[in-house]
Design a binder for this molecule. Structure first.
Ligand SMILES: NC(=O)c1ccc[n+]([C@@H]2O[C@H](COP(=O)([O-])OP(=O)(O)OC[C@H]3O[C@@H](n4cnc5c(N)ncnc54)[C@H](OP(=O)(O)O)[C@@H]3O)[C@@H](O)[C@H]2O)c1
Length: 284
């Protein structure tokens, strides 16, 4: 199959280019300035065949600055919402199936067990609201899949475990939030699930794809440092109230992988195993 990855210079996009090629498919990666998803003419040219024909388009392009989005919601919504609507229309016209990446931030954090695809959405911040606009623009389109993921970390981008490992190496005193729970998801493992999905000629709709373990940021920081240094770090747990940020974050946003599991898609690796590979690939 032939894939187009948009947002190819981002943390997920870079790993996706490598993974799709490793799986024996053809892939073209585009990002700013070759393509601007907020400009329908730029997208239309590509869909009309400027880079050849595609079976699948995977959209990783997004406005991802969660805190900044609180003061730039219009821009976030243009990129994460309105542009996704154009992309949906133009891929449908060009007969290209679309996988659009979305987020656990469309939920409000009040769930108490892993959230399924049909649970009601209720974002509590601007980023989540902007991503929900994108989801709603694609809802019901027969060529489109929305894949919600969470707590992404990859060796080719800024990520939470990288920041924690760097801070530990710099001998900083670490204090990490221990009252938000989610599923750390390694980009390479997400890439595997995305290609598995595409190969299965899936039904349109929403899919959840996250790592198999639910933990707090505090647990995740401890594990990342332990894997990278072989020592158990001293970290002070704290509450979200002690660490205020412009954007509110869901207290619990574990997603259920049951739907992909029922399709025969294998779960992602346990966090310790994925972090070990992440650490081997990481360079500072
Ligand atoms: N990171 C996470 O923890 C996380 C969690 C859940 C879901 N997600 C979702 O996963 C996807 C990938 O995330 P990521 O962390 O890989 O993001 P990322 O590293 O920020 O990559 C996004 C890429 O999109 C590009 N981009 C921004 N605006 C664009 C536009 N108008 N046209 C074309 N390209 C544009 C960015 O370029 P610039 O850098 O130049 O702006 C960047 O290269 C996103 O949909 C995100 O919402 C991420």
């Amino acid at each position: 199959m032939r894939f187009l990855v948009i947002g190819a210079k981002g943390m997920l996009g870079q790993d996706l280019l490598e993974h799709i090629a490793l799986r024996g498919h053809e892939v073209v990666g585009l990002d700013l300035p070759e393509i601007d998803i907020t400009d329908p003419t730029s997208v239309a040219k590509i869909m009309a065949g400027e880079w050849g024909k595609f079976d699948w388009c995977i959209n990783c392009a997004a406005y991802t600055a969660v805190d900044k989005a609180e003061s730039e919601e219009k821009l976030a919504t243009e990129i994460n919402g309105l542009a996704v609507a154009y992309l949906g229309r133009l891929t449908a016209d060009a007969n290209i199936r679309l996988i659009h990446i979305s987020t656990d931030f469309v939920f409000d954090g009040t769930a108490t067990e892993p959230i399924s695809e049909d649970a009601p959405t209720h974002p509590i911040g601007a980023y989540g609201r902007s991503k929900l606009v994108g989801e709603q623009a694609l809802g019901g389109q027969p060529h489109a899949l929305i894949v919600r993921t969470a707590w992404l970390y990859g060796a080719r981008g800024k990520s939470f475990p990288r920041t924690m490992i760097q801070a530990f190496r710099d001998r900083k005193k670490l204090k990490v939030v221990n009252d938000q729970r989610g599923n750390p998801t390694y980009t390479v493992d997400l890439c595997r699930v995305l290609v598995d999905l595409a190969e299965k000629n899936p039904f349109p709709g929403i899919y959840h794809a996250v790592g198999p373990e639910t933990m707090t940021w505090y647990d995740f920081a401890k594990l990342a440092i332990e894997v990278s240094t072989g020592t158990e770090p001293e970290i002070t747990p704290c509450s979200s109230a002690e660490f205020p940020t412009p954007a509110k974050r869901p207290a619990y946003s574990a997603l259920s992988n049951e739907k992909t599991s029922r399709m025969g898609i294998a779960p992602m690796r346990p966090v310790r195993e994925a972090l070990t590979e992440f650490w081997e690939k990481l360079s500072f």
